[in-house]
Design a binder for this molecule. Structure first.
Ligand code: BES
Ligand code: MN
Ligand code: ZN
Length: 496
């Protein structure tokens, strides 16, 4: 996508689609007023007839509004002016993109970025708009047998700002957004691929390719090497599958040689049947998204490389399927993790923590300044926070706050949950050091408590993205979250 930032008269824009906002009560935004004046109140006339009230997320497409040089004018509802906040702004942008996509225009000029949004500056507004545009233009059709109709696609987008002196920061924000959106698109692609294509082996190949394209040092460890490392817990999950596991390590070195890296660890279950503790069949296809944590690590590594952040980042992905089978791990089995601690596997469907724990021990060798793991870890997370916020758990409050702040500026929001000792008490085993599950109560928290037993050596945060990594229903698909949060976290660290 090609973005340009401009100030000045929207009514003079020669473009395929001129996008302007209307608040509830049919109140024109300032840019819309300029356009309305230039077309002898054609817009106010349409609004007076009642075709658009201004409710947020509604749109109305007009053609040949003379004498404007634009081919189309898209009116976008903004909701109540005094309630125009971040959510309304994003909703308006998303609605605009949906309408733009239904036309064949290759160019658009969006005059929503000039609207005041409470507490947010031009840089934030432009970044959000550029991400919304690229998100809205995203397509996943590589598995369709026929190439989609050769419809013309949006290529050039002009984002309007109120003043000339905002252009510089707008351009910087659009560049940052492009890198983030490329990372998001990669994470979505990997998440959306079917589980017979996106196998652990495939993820290993993708890592190698990412490394080649962006100068990352990539290592893909196979069964034998994983055994040598003593990852008994990770290998226990992999046992039930015919697909061999992979342990993927990607290093981005943009900082000084001796500077401790941030380590990102992503859950890479390429399909989660539950194993012997098998899942019910309804919507089981969605368990192909159980590698979205891994996908977000790939996407973030790509964005960081595109942005050339001056810091060191290591991305680590344990990748395997979780399958039932004659050789699968069983409830009651006890395994020895790489840390030496033993775990009684009471439920083979709590497999994410079993592969992450060994990866979390592995990253100790980097003496990382911080470790963040990202995982579609628990169904309980979806119950607790729904599809809006990612759950954050941490052994270091200041790190949790840093993650929350990054989520807020990225508008990829997260929420801090407790990990008090009281919850740790649920993890007791009569036979091993501890079991892999607690009771049903507080399931996301006890999962985090399990991981905390492997992260004593460094500041650590755990992101449970079970509710935010993908959408079900008509818009089923990966979201690319939390790549925006992670990129902002890293950017702030890089410049700290
Ligand atoms: N990948 C799932 C978590 C999940 C479930 C995400 C549903 C999104 C929707 C994870 O491996 C899992 O199965 N967790 C179990 C843990 C339980 C057995 C303690 C769960 O949440 O039911
Ligand atoms: Mn599971
Ligand atoms: Zn899982």
């Amino acid at each position: 996508m090609e973005f340009s930032i401009k100030s000045g008269s929207p009514e003079k824009q020669r473009t395929g689609c001129l996008v302007i906002g209307v608040y509830e009560g049919r109140k024109l935004s300032p840019a819309a007023r300029d356009v309305d004046n230039a077309c002898r109140s054609a817009l106010s006339d349409v609004l007076r007839r009642g075709d658009l009230e201004g409710k947020v997320g509604t749109t109305l497409l007009l053609h040949n509004v003379s004498p404007l040089p634009a081919d189309r004018v898209l009116l976008v509802g903004l909701g109540k002016e005094r309630d125009f906040n971040e959510s309304a702004y994003r909703a308006a942008l998303n609605a605009a993109m949906k309408a733009i996509r239904s036309t064949g225009t290759i160019e658009a000029c969006i005059c929503l970025t000039d609207l005041p949004v409470k507490k947010r500056d031009t840089s934030w507004k432009i970044e959000q708009a550029a991400i919304a545009v690229m998100d809205g233009a995203y397509r996943f059709d590589r598995m369709k047998s026929k190439a989609p109709e050769a419809k013309r696609v949006l290529r050039k987008v002009m984002l309007h700002v109120g003043k000339r002196n905002e252009i510089g920061e707008g351009e910087a924000a659009a560049n940052r957004a492009t890198a983030i959106a490329e990372g998001v698109a990669l994470a979505k692609d990997l998440g959306n691929l079917p589980p017979n294509v996106c196998t652990p082996t495939f993820l290993g190949e993708q890592a190698a390719q990412l490394g080649k394209e962006h100068g990352l040092k990539v290592e893909v460890l196979e069964q034998k090497e994983i055994e040598k490392l003593g990852m008994g817990s990770f290998l226990a999950v992999a046992k039930g599958s015919k697909q061999p596991p992979r342990f993927i390590v990607m290093e981005y070195r943009g900082g000084k040689g001796d500077e401790p890296p941030v380590a990102l660890v992503g859950k890479g279950i390429t399909f989660d049947t539950g194993g012997i503790s098998i899942k019910p069949s309804a919507e089981m296809d969605e368990m192909k998204f159980d590698m979205c944590g891994a996908a977000s690590v790939f996407g973030t590594m790509k964005a960081v490389a595109l942005m050339k952040l001056p810091m060191n980042v290591v991305g680590v992905v344990p990748a395997t399927e979780n399958m039932p089978g004659g050789n699968a791990v069983k409830p009651g089995d006890i395994v020895t993790t790489m840390s030496g601690q033993t775990v009684e596997i009471l439920n083979t469907d709590a497999e994410g923590r079993l592969i992450l724990c060994d990866a979390l021990t592995y990253v100790e060798r980097y003496k990382p300044q911080a470790v963040i793991d990202i995982a579609t870890l628990t169904g309980a997370m979806v119950i607790a926070l729904g599809h809006v916020a990612t759950g954050v758990f941490s052994n270091t409050d200041s790190l949790a706050n840093e993650v929350l702040r990054a989520g807020d500026v990225a508008w990829d929001r997260a929420w801090h949950l407790p990990m008090w000792d009281d919850y740790q008490e649920q993890l007791k085993s009569n036979f091993a050091d501890f079991p892999n599950i607690g009771s049903r109560a507080g399931g996301s928290i006890t999962a985090a408590c399990f991981l905390s037993r492997f992260t004593k050596a460094y500041p650590w945060a755990h992101l449970d993205i079970a509710g935010t990594a993908w959408k079900s229903g008509a818009e089923k698909g990966a979201t690319g979250r939390p790549v925006p949060l992670l990129v902002h976290f890293l950017e702030r660290r890089a410049h700290a």
